[in-house]
Write a protein that binds this ligand. Structure first.
Ligand code: SF4
Length: 223
């Protein structure tokens, strides 16, 4: 196990006060709230209070959080959020491995009077080797294996003029590409984590037990 390094540049992850939330403690010396330009704070506040899409998204998110806190699941929250931003056409950017979950989610969206359209990650069927991925890095070497195509997923949903896009289990990095190219706002239903049944927090909750390997700095540097 490597020793934990002293953190030279602490930020919110090192803060024990979290005073920005309720003003019930003290701000630490390195506080991001105290360091940020007040004009920027005001600019964001005005945006959230305004009538543009950013303001509507911000207030709808807060309303769903406040009204349903701890009472409904994330798939219900997405329906509630879509209703509040007056989204109707919902894009689903799904992973091949989560297509059954996606079928259920699309059914739930329809029950909420929403209009889903799904695009699978393998759309376009571009072979992995044709983009420079060697055969030995395929899941099944020797077989035809299409690469994930999150840019085409986004462009297809852009052409569908979706109002809101939902990620269902895209891989790390593919989700980044999808988000970069999506014209509609993006939220996530499922975050892919093959080892934890798509619950990445499990690795953090079990960091000192079943997931202890993660604390090996030498190993982590080599990942
Ligand atoms: S903004 Fe300041 S008080 Fe809030 S978490 Fe970051 S460092 Fe802590």
């Amino acid at each position: 196990m490597g020793k934990a390094k002293k953190i030279e540049d602490p930020s919110c992850s090192e803060c024990a006060q979290l005073n920005c939330y309720r003003h019930d403690k003290q701000y630490p010396s390195f506080c991001a709230t105290e360091a940020v330009d007040p004009a920027l704070v005001e600019q964001t506040r005005t945006t959230y209070a305004g009538d543009d899409l950013d303001g509507r998204l911000a207030r709808a998110a807060a309303e769903v959080e406040g009204r349903f806190y701890g009472k409904i699941s994330r798939c219900e929250e997405i329906v509630a959020f879509a209703h509040r931003i007056r989204a109707k056409r919902i894009g689903i950017a799904t992973c091949f491995g989560l297509i059954e979950e996606t079928r259920l989610f699309a059914k739930i969206l329809r029950l909420g009077d929403l209009d889903p359209v799904t695009v699978l990650c393998k759309i376009g069927s571009v072979e992995k080797e044709s983009i420079g991925i060697p055969d030995e890095m395929k899941i099944r070497p020797g077989a035809y294996e299409a690469a994930c195509n999150p840019i085409l997923q986004a462009k297809t949903l852009n052409a569908e003029k979706t109002d809101l896009n939902v990620i269902v289990g895209l891989c790390v990095g593919h989700d980044a590409l999808f988000t970069r190219h999506s014209e509609a706002p993006v939220t996530t239903l499922i975050t892919k984590d093959r080892l934890t049944c798509h619950n990445p927090a499990v690795a953090l909750y079990t960091l000192h037990s079943y997931s202890k390997r993660i604390l090996d700095a030498e190993r982590m540097r080599k990942l």
